[in-house]
Design a protein around this ligand. Structure first.
Ligand code: ATP
Length: 530
C-alpha cells in the first residue's frame, strides 16, 4: 500500500501555504457558502411570497421606457376626472404629491401641474397587502403609472382639485423614483405666503431659486408661468391683428444701445461686443425699412447692480414701434387698446390660474378703465405736491413717489393701470421728440401697473439733423451711432413706440411682490444659476 501523502495547499507560485493563509482560505469558503445559502433562501421566500401575492403583476418598478413599443392605450389627465365619469376605468401618469398608509389602505394624492386627485390602494381580492405596502413606501414626487376605476368620493376631498371623485387603483407602477430626501418639500413651498411665519416649514426665496426645478412644481408657479405665457400670447395676437409684424433684433451688438453704462461686454472673436440693452434702435430701423408697425419679444440685458424687487439683469422685453400720421397719441391709443385687451383676456382665459396664484399669494383683483386713463406729468406732480411731496417740475419720479402716485390715482380714479404723458425732456433718452410747446417737456410717456413702471415710450426723432443735435447734447459718440442716425437720411416716417418688461407686467397684474417670482430662472447681480 502506497503511503497516503498529506495534501498541502500551495500558493500561486507552488509554495506551501502558511497556517494563517490556510485559515483565511477556509474562512472565505465558509463566507461564500453562507452567502449562497442566504441568497437561495431569499429567492425561495420571494417565490413563496409571489405565489400568494395576488397582485404580483400589478405593481412594482417599471423598466426604463426606451421607446420599444407603441400601444393604443389611452392616457387621461387628472383634470378630466369628474363625477360624470364615475364607473369608468382610467390610465394616469402622475407624481406622488402626498401619500399616507394605514395598514391595508394607502391614500396617494396624485398631481399633474395644478390638478390633484386622491388615489386609493386598498387590500381586496385583487390588491395584496404587499401592493399597499409598495404604495405606502413610495417617495414623494416619484412618477407613477396607475390604472384604476373612478369612484365617487364618500365626502369632498378638500385638499384636492378633483374633490368629488377618487381613483380606486388596480395597477401601480413606479416609472421614476425621486430621492427620499428632497431639498425642499412641495407642501412647504405651497404654503400661503401670509401663513409662512406659522409653526410649519418655511421656504425662503433663495432656497426656492436654488432648487427652482422643484419650486416650479408648486401649483402657484404652474399658474404664474401660464399667466405669463398668456401675457405674451395676448400681446402677440392683438398686435398681429392690428397689422404689426413680429421681428427679431440682434442681441449681440457693436455699441451700447443707450449710452455706455449698464451694458454687458462680451468677447467677439478678436474684438469686443455688447449684449443689447433694448431692441430700440433696431425696431426703429425696421420702420425705416418700411415695416410700418413692428413688435418683438426677446431678451434684454442690463448690467445694473440693482438688487431690488423689480430689476433683473436679463429680462424679456415686449417692444412696440409704429408709424403714425399726425400725433403720437395714435401710438398711445394702440398701446392702451393692447393693454385693455390683455387685461380682459387674462381675466377670461386665466381665471383658474389667477385664483390659484392668489390662494398662495393673496392680492386684490387688477382694476383698469376702458379707455385707459391718461394723465399729464404735471398733473401727477401736482397730485404728489398736494400730498406733501416736494419735487421740481423737471425731476424724475423716484420709486417711492411712483408708488404714492399709483395709490393716489387708484383712490381718485379706481384703476391700477394708467399712463403718464409729457415727461420732462431732461430725464428721457436722446432720441425722444421734444415737446414743440414747451422746451422742457417731451412727447414721451410711461405706463404704470399698481403704481410701478411697466412701460417707457415716446415719439422718436425721425429727422437726422435734430437727432444729431440731441445726441451731441447728450454727449454721445456720433461715430458709434452713425448707422442709426444714417437710417433717417433716406426718408423716414414719424413714429413712436414703447418697451415693456414682461416679468413686471405679470408680477404686477398678479399683485406679486418680487420680479423673481415671474422669471423662471432669474438673473440678478447675485444669481447666475441654475
Ligand atoms: P426703471 O426706471 O424701473 O429701472 P427703466 O426706466 O430703466 O426702468 P426702460 O429702460 O425704459 O426702463 O425699459 C422699459 C421697461 O422695461 C420698463 O418699464 C420695465 O418694465 C422694463 N425693465 C427695465 N429695466 C428692467 C430690469 N432691470 N428688470 C426688469 N425689467 C426691466
Amino acid at each position: 500500500m502506497a503511503d497516503q501523502a498529506e495534501v498541502v495547499p500551495l500558493d500561486a507560485e507552488g509554495k506551501p501555504l502558511s497556517k494563517k493563509a490556510i485559515k483565511k482560505q477556509q474562512k472565505d469558503a465558509e463566507k461564500s457558502k453562507k452567502k449562497a445559502e442566504t441568497a437561495a433562501r431569499l429567492e425561495s421566500e420571494a417565490a413563496a411570497r409571489d405565489k400568494d401575492d395576488v397582485s404580483k403583476d400589478c405593481y412594482g418598478d417599471s423598466p426604463i421606457i426606451k421607446s420599444t413599443e407603441k400601444t393604443d392605450r389611452k392616457w387621461t389627465h387628472i383634470r378630466e376626472l369628474v363625477t360624470a365619469k364615475v364607473g369608468q376605468k382610467f390610465l394616469i401618469r402622475a407624481r406622488v404629491h402626498n401619500r399616507r398608509g394605514a395598514g391595508k389602505l394607502c391614500f396617494i394624492v396624485l398631481r399633474q401641474q395644478y390638478h390633484t386627485v386622491q388615489a386609493v390602494v386598498a387590500v381586496s381580492e385583487t390588491v395584496s397587502k404587499q401592493m399597499t405596502k409598495f404604495a405606502t413606501d413610495l417617495n414623494l414626487e416619484s412618477v407613477l403609472d396607475l390604472e384604476g376605476e373612478l369612484t365617487a368620493a364618500p365626502e369632498p376631498i378638500t385638499g384636492c382639485s378633483q374633490q368629488d371623485v377618487e381613483l380606486k387603483v388596480t395597477k401601480l407602477f413606479c416609472l421614476s423614483k425621486a430621492m427620499p430626501q428632497l431639498p425642499l418639500q412641495i407642501e412647504d413651498a405651497m404654503r400661503p405666503e401670509h401663513l409662512e411665519d406659522g409653526p410649519q416649514g418655511r421656504v425662503n426665496q433663495d432656497t426656492r431659486l436654488d432648487n427652482r426645478i422643484i419650486d416650479l412644481r408648486t401649483t402657484a408657479n404652474q399658474a404664474i408661468f401660464r399667466v405669463e405665457a398668456a401675457v405674451c400670447r395676448l400681446f402677440r395676437e392683438y398686435l398681429t391683428a392690428q397689422n404689426f409684424v413680429e421681428i427679431h433684433t440682434p442681441k449681440i451688438i457693436s455699441a451700447a444701445s443707450e449710452g455706455g453704462a449698464n451694458v454687458f461686454e462680451v468677447t467677439y472673436f478678436k474684438g469686443q461686443a455688447y449684449l443689447a440693452q433694448s431692441p430700440q434702435l433696431y425696431k426703429q430701423m425696421a420702420l425705416c425699412a418700411d415695416f410700418d408697425r413692428v413688435f418683438t419679444i426677446g431678451a434684454v440685458f442690463r448690467a445694473e447692480d440693482s438688487n431690488t424687487h423689480r430689476h433683473l439683469c436679463e429680462f424679456v422685453g415686449m417692444d412696440i414701434e409704429m408709424c403714425f400720421y399726425e400725433h403720437y397719441h395714435e401710438v398711445l391709443d394702440v398701446i392702451g387698446g393692447m393693454f385693455v385687451n390683455m387685461f380682459k383676456g387674462l381675466q377670461e382665459q386665466c381665471a383658474e390660474q389667477i385664483t390659484t396664484v392668489h390662494k398662495q399669494y393673496p392680492a386684490e383683483p387688477f382694476k383698469f378703465l376702458e379707455p385707459s386713463l391718461v394723465l399729464n406729468y404735471s398733473e401727477g406732480v401736482a397730485m404728489l405736491r398736494a400730498n406733501g411731496v416736494e419735487m421740481g417740475d423737471e425731476d424724475d419720479l423716484t420709486t417711492p413717489n411712483e408708488k404714492l402716485l399709483g395709490k393716489l390715482v387708484k383712490e381718485k380714479y379706481d384703476t391700477d393701470f394708467y399712463m403718464l404723458d409729457k415727461y420732462p425732456l431732461a430725464v428721457r433718452p436722446f432720441y425722444t421728440m421734444p415737446d414743440p410747446n414747451d422746451p422742457k417737456s417731451s412727447n414721451s410717456y410711461d405706463m404704470f401697473m399698481r403704481g410701478e413702471e411697466i412701460l417707457s415710450g415716446a415719439q422718436r426723432i425721425h429727422d437726422p439733423d435734430l437727432l444729431t443735435e440731441r445726441a451731441l447734447h447728450h454727449n454721445l459718440d456720433l461715430q458709434q451711432i452713425k448707422a442709426y442716425i444714417d437710417s433717417f437720411r433716406y426718408g423716414a416716417y414719424p413714429h413712436g413706440g414703447g418697451g415693456i418688461g414682461m416679468e413686471r407686467v405679470c408680477m404686477l397684474y398678479l399683485g406679486l411682490n418680487n420680479i423673481r417670482k415671474t422669471s423662471m430662472f432669474p438673473r440678478d447681480p447675485k444669481r447666475l444659476t441654475p
